[in-house]
Design a protein around this ligand. Sequence first.
Ligand SMILES: NC(=O)CC[C@H](N)C(=O)O
Length: 225
Amino acid sequence: MSFRSAVITFPGSNCDRDMAVALEQISGTAPARVWHGDAELPESLDFIALPGGFSYGDYLRSGAMAARSPITKAVVAAAGRGVPVLGICNGFQVLTESGLLPGALMRNASQNFVCRDVPLRVENNQSLFTSGYDSGETIHIPVAHHDGNFFADEDTLDRLEGEGRVAFRYLDSVNGSQRDIAGILNDAGNVLGMMPHPERAIEDAHGGSDGRALFETAIKGLVAA
Ligand SMILES: NC(=O)CC[C@H](N)C(=O)O
């Protein structure tokens, strides 16, 4: 049973290869590599990944220009059809900038780039991406960003919490995010954006493998579907 995924590369992406390795290692099938200037995605995709990095050098605002790339229109349309989309770090920034997820990722409260393993609590283990974890489980995943400070107005935060759309929460104060939000889902549950990098924690050689279950369960769920 083949799993058809795609990793989008923008000028300045730097985690696209790690994402492709994670998807290939865990699904057994290499993802299509798609350039930001392409107007169309490959057909019949099961999964789209927006990787981390510094698309367009984070010019204007992180993710703002990538959100206006030709391929992002196709990603927004695919997400609307229910195709699962995972945005990691800069990918999360592209998701908020393109309107697929609410809120914004602002400069870290410390004004510093933060690069370290962080403990996260799994808040919602009912989604396609998180059902491999226990609810309330603590996992350790690396972060590496300067714009990870999640902001949304109080109504939006209450709605995200009330609808179980906070997927992961920081257990220590990493970047000043409101309510320590590290990752959120869209209302349909097929789009997940998160600042920590699960693709950098899929085998012991990475120093931890807590990110692996995210890919394993998403891939298993999609191949079985
Ligand atoms: N690793 C990343 O994706 C970095 C994301 C982003 N450009 C930032 O530093 O905030």
